[in-house]
Design a protein around this ligand. Structure first.
Ligand code: UGY
Length: 230
């Protein structure tokens, strides 16, 4: 798990890297993100750890401007603090506030600007195409989405709620705890976690969560789906 000052602050990170059963603890610090102006950030999860995606925090300062991801790379952004203006190649702009998100298909021209300071969590991965499927830009906000029905399981946890089963699956996860606190089981280790913590879950790492705080838990979860794992 990484503990990041949340929702804003410096990007010094306490990192408990959980890969299979090994746990490493070390510190890493923020730096300027490549190709971006006025943006500090920290790569939290990258393929160097075995993931097939990157997850990073971008702390945009006044007049910050983003760069495009590399060729054929899709991007998902979620605003955790402040606001940012997303503009596409046709000049259409959307203001992204806290809890807003945007999916940007591979090779999709866009720019992101911050007027004041803004913190975004960004997921990027090399796009795996699917026959007869065309990707499109999606912009939305979690407060406009209905809670997904997941029988026997919930992903928005009230105090005392927990995952219905100890899960083991081929999918990878990058998780940012947005609200609340609780205990995360990864393999045979148990971690107290709270808002601001980030977890990398490799494929087939047994995982389970229980919300133990006095307020609800919400977490943002990357999960690779809809593709043959071969
Ligand atoms: N660790 C998790 O929250 N896993 C999700 N419930 C999931 O993969 O569906």
């Amino acid at each position: 798990m990484y503990s990041v000052p949340y929702p804003s602050g410096t990007f010094d990170l306490l990192l408990n890297l959980v890969a299979e059963s090994s746990v490493l603890v070390f510190w890493c610090s923020h730096s300027h993100l490549i190709d971006r102006t006025n943006t500090l950030g920290a790569y939290l999860i990258t393929p160097a750890m075995g993931s097939h995606f990157a997850m990073y925090l971008a702390n945009m300062q006044e007049n910050a401007r983003s760069a495009l991801p590399p060729h054929d790379v899709e991007r998902f952004i979620f605003v955790v603090q402040g606001s940012a203006m997303l503009t596409n190649a046709s000049g259409v702009s959307s203001k992204l506030m806290v809890d807003s998100y945007a999916y940007l298909p591979p090779n999709f021209e866009h720019s992101l600007r911050a007027e004041g300071s803004a913190t975004l969590v960004v997921f990027e991965r090399r796009y795996a195409s699917l026959e007869n499927h065309i990707t499109e830009q999606i912009v939305g906000s979690t407060d406009k989405q209905p809670l997904l029905e997941t029988p026997g399981e919930i992903m928005d946890f009230q105090p005392g709620d927990f995952l219905n089963v100890k899960e083991v699956h081929y999918n990878q996860h990058g998780l940012l705890l947005l609200e609340g606190q609780g205990i995360y089981r990864l393999g045979d280790s148990w971690y107290p976690v709270q808002a601001g913590d980030v977890i990398w879950m490799a494929p087939f790492v047994p995982q389970w969560y229980a919300a133990l705080g006095k307020t609800r838990t919400r977490y943002l979860l990357y999960k690779d789906v809809n593709r043959n794992p071969l």
